[in-house]
Design a protein around this ligand. Structure first.
Ligand SMILES: NC(=O)c1ccc[n+]([C@@H]2O[C@H](COP(=O)([O-])OP(=O)(O)OC[C@H]3O[C@@H](n4cnc5c(N)ncnc54)[C@H](OP(=O)(O)O)[C@@H]3O)[C@@H](O)[C@H]2O)c1
Length: 343
């Protein structure tokens, strides 16, 4: 079977994944369009970084489709204000991804909801400006906020995703994972990036970590009802450029005007991957414009050895914040499902 080549430029070839259903949606579909007719009533969703940009729109649309959405921000007041602007059931929770104590507290707060988690969208993200390297406990800040914080959060919420009818973990990465990450991939021997630093390489490395984490997590979750996929939302004029200098910010905003997406379009791939019936058993893939793609020609997007190593290194770096999770027996899951149906 031939697979359609979607695009090829600057040494990168983007190819549709043959064994994932093609969606009828594309770059100009909106989050509302891709979820038209989807009923999320009774489902619990978590969206990190709900206060602006793609995360706010993702929360708004998942809530509009009936899900109870837990939305996070570094500031509880900001999360509450964002939740207050949404029609539907929402709960605000505080989360600072650069503090693992905060991640643990956030996970505990979400677990107090008692019901299984159906959708977890790891959306929150940080992009530095000014090419000033920042460290959190000796590790470069992008890697901590964008990858390790979510790594701990997912670990502490897994037990709640397992009993869901079909749990979905959606990791919002970026095409910076193959356009901006260092050529050698993740620099495990220099996670402080002392040897060489730029904001774009650090951001790209953290986004590559998002993709590889999702790839390896999908592998670990094989045989459960949880799927895990990552995605690039598009290039969108959001607050992600808040730390850039005014000139670079102007350039980014111009780029988004000329060839970018609206925020409504920017949240479409997240909402599609989080809720489409077509993707019930799709796991371990990377999406752009609502379709799974393979990136060929450059980078480490599908590098299984690097994904495995990332999982081990991330476990070592966050060991004291992780919990053991137990894969439930199928009979237990059946009981859970029965209870959910009865309830
Ligand atoms: N916009 C684009 O062109 C683009 C392209 C590719 C990928 N992405 C990815 O899309 C995701 C959403 O970004 P966006 O464009 O919507 O940007 P945004 O408007 O800046 O939103 C980022 C969200 O992340 C939260 N956040 C930032 N730092 C955090 C931290 N240390 N701990 C916890 N939460 C934090 C922010 O919440 P508070 O400030 O309220 O805490 C905010 O809600 C990110 O992962 C980004 O990398 C965006």
């Amino acid at each position: 079977m031939t697979v359609p080549q979607i695009s090829a430029c600057s040494g990168v070839e983007k190819v549709a994944v043959a064994n994932v259903p093609r969606s009828p949606f594309g770059a100009d579909s909106t989050a509302e369009e891709v979820t038209e007719g989807v009923d999320l009533a009774g489902k619990l969703a978590v969206v990190t970084g709900c206060t602006s940009g793609i995360g706010f729109e993702t929360m708004r649309v998942l809530a509009k489709r009936g899900a109870h959405v837990v939305g996070t921000s570094r500031s509880l007041e900001k999360a509450e204000a964002a939740c207050g602007r949404v029609t539907g059931v929402t709960t605000a929770v505080q989360l600072e991804l650069s503090s693992f104590d905060s991640v643990v507290a956030c996970a505990e707060s979400i677990r107090s909801q008692k019901s299984p988690i159906d959708i977890l969208v790891c959306n929150a993200g940080y992009r530095g400006g000014g090419n000033e390297r920042q460290l959190v406990n000796g590790i470069e800040k992008h890697f901590v906020v964008n990858h390790l914080g979510h790594f701990v959060l997912v670990n502490r919420l897994l037990e709640r995703l397992l009993p869901a009818r079909q749990g979905r973990i959606v990791v919002v990465a970026s095409r910076a994972a193959y356009r901006g990450a260092p050529a050698g991939g993740i620099g495990f021997d220099d996670l402080g990036m002392a040897r060489s630093y730029s904001d774009s390489a650090a951001y790209g490395q953290s986004k590559l970590a998002n993709v590889l984490f999702s790839l390896q997590l999908a592998e670990m979750l094989r045989g459960t009802r949880i799927t895990c996929n990552s995605l690039h939302p598009g290039v969108i004029n959001t607050d992600i450029d808040r730390n850039l200098n005014p000139l670079t910010r102007f350039g980014f905003e111009l780029l988004t005007k000329l060839s970018g997406k609206t925020i409504e379009e920017g949240a479409a791939t997240s909402c599609y991957v989080a809720s489409s019936d077509l993707l019930r058993s799709t796991s371990g893939h990377y999406f752009e414009d609502c379709n799974a793609v393979t990136i060929r020609g450059t980078g480490h997007m599908h590098d299984k050895a690097m994904a495995e190593k990332l999982m081990l290194v991330s476990e070592e770096l966050t060991a004291e914040y992780l919990v053991e999770w137990r894969r439930p027996e199928w009979s237990e899951l059946d009981d859970d499902l029965q209870n959910q149906t009865d309830g």
